[in-house]
Write a protein that binds this ligand. Structure first.
Ligand code: CYC
Length: 182
């Protein structure tokens, strides 16, 4: 994982070129957005267990067989593994968001995840649904549109409307998770 600054240097060096003014303009935007990025990362890290538990509960409500004998959230050992996986995915999405770079998510979390699920018989379609719900909840918290959900801690009040860009970026990392499980 490289931060935006190191990445600019490494890629200029690889081309044997000077650092371009466009690259510097991108870095200027990265710095200008840094506080939003930190707030948006906090929106995930302060709500990890609520987001994961809410998403898994929603997924189970839509597929009640999952918690019956033979379902893949039964018995409690598997339910615990499922909730833990939701939290792991959120943690890696938060890393990607803070870095502005999904490579750590891809290398350490998604690489081999689908194969692991297939080997263990974890239903990927249900896992994808849980990730979709986590994505919706995360975007709602970041843009402060999570009306009626009192359990989530919001981010700096009033900043929600300005966090649309960073919320879209976070959404794109959840999409990478969904793609990896398809
Ligand atoms: C590096 C980051 C990392 C990831 C991503 C990870 C995932 C991961 N999830 C696992 C299991 C599991 N994952 C689930 C998840 C689910 N079951 C469902 O029905 C739902 C669809 C879904 C939750 C949304 C379950 C039930 C198991 C246990 C499967 C079993 O042992 O039968 C396992 C097998 C080992 C274990 O049980 O701990 C791994 C490696 N471990 C890691 O260290």
């Amino acid at each position: 994982m490289l931060d935006a600054f190191s990445r600019t240097v490494v890629s200029a060096d690889a081309k044997g070129a000077a650092i371009g003014s466009e690259d510097l303009a991108d870095l200027r935007k990265y710095v200008a957005d840094a506080n939003k990025r930190i707030d948006a990362t906090l929106a995930i890290t302060q709500n990890v267990s609520c987001i994961a538990a809410d998403a898994v509960a929603g997924m189970v409500c839509e597929n009640t067989g999952l918690t019956q004998p033979g379902g893949h959230c039964y018995p409690t050992r598997r339910m615990a593994a499922c909730l833990r996986d939701g939290e792991i995915i959120l943690r890696y999405v938060s890393y990607a968001l803070l870095a502005g770079d999904p490579s750590v998510l891809e290398d350490r979390c998604l690489n081999g995840l689908k194969e692991t699920y297939l080997a263990l018989g974890v239903p990927t379609s249900n896992a994808i649904r849980a990730v979709e719900i986590m994505k919706i909840a995360t975007v709602a918290i970041m843009t402060e549109t999570n009306t009626g959900r009192k359990m989530f801690k919001g981010i700096n009040s009033g900043s929600g409307a300005q966090c649309q860009d960073i919320a879209s970026e976070a959404a794109s990392y959840f999409d990478l998770v969904i793609e990896a499980l398809r």
